[in-house]
Ligand binder design. Sequence first.
Ligand code: PGA
Length: 253
Amino acid sequence: MPRKPLIAGNWKMHGLQADGRALAQEIAAGARDFANGPELLICPPATLLPALAAVLDRSTGAVALGGQDCHAAAGGAHTGDISAAMLADLGCSHVLVGHSERRQAHGETDPDVAAKAEAAWAAGLVAIICIGESAEERTKGLTMASLSTRLDLSVPRDATAQNTVIAYEPIWAIGSGLAATPADAADAHDHIRTWMKARHDAEMAEDLRILYGGSMKPDNAPALLAEADIDGGLIGGASLVAADFLAIARAAH
Ligand code: PGA
């Protein structure tokens, strides 16, 4: 079965109620053109999840809703955190785990990320597990070694192509305007798929969706998405402009 592209918007810490609702409405309206196209997903700040659940429900349901993070525990004394079940309860189908901004600013380790993925699955969510090398690792020629370590420790062994999406996000490309070249991104995606094939099996690796993230924009998306192993994008900055996000989705069509 060919892999269905997934174009996911990571709004990060952007959006108040009125502008968040308006942006989602604009994206949902544009998404009606993609009936048989890529899956679209918006991961807004948690404060916008209820409003967006309502907006996206009223549209064709063509745009799914996701969280940007979840706690590894099902509940308990975790001030300020959100459980995967709480996200599911609000209508989320996906959650990002292990984004490099969480790894860096919140000290999240690979085992933390793996535990979050397990929590996501327990709540019925698809875990989008983010991995990517630093600029220093890249300079030292350690990109593939770094990816292998992240995969080994951040992706639990019971991952399937249904419960998991991998987002390859080179840290140096995030928010920098410097996307990986299509050839470099393709090499990394090939490495990830080959690694998953060795640990899991050929069918799982073949069905697994691997997204590219890091300064994906309407102008570079067509070449990146044309690579056979790039199954979509995790979009930060460009997901905050409906026309740009939709243009990227169109490139995945
Ligand atoms: P960017 O962010 O598209 O703004 O580089 C991508 C991400 O962090 O997911």
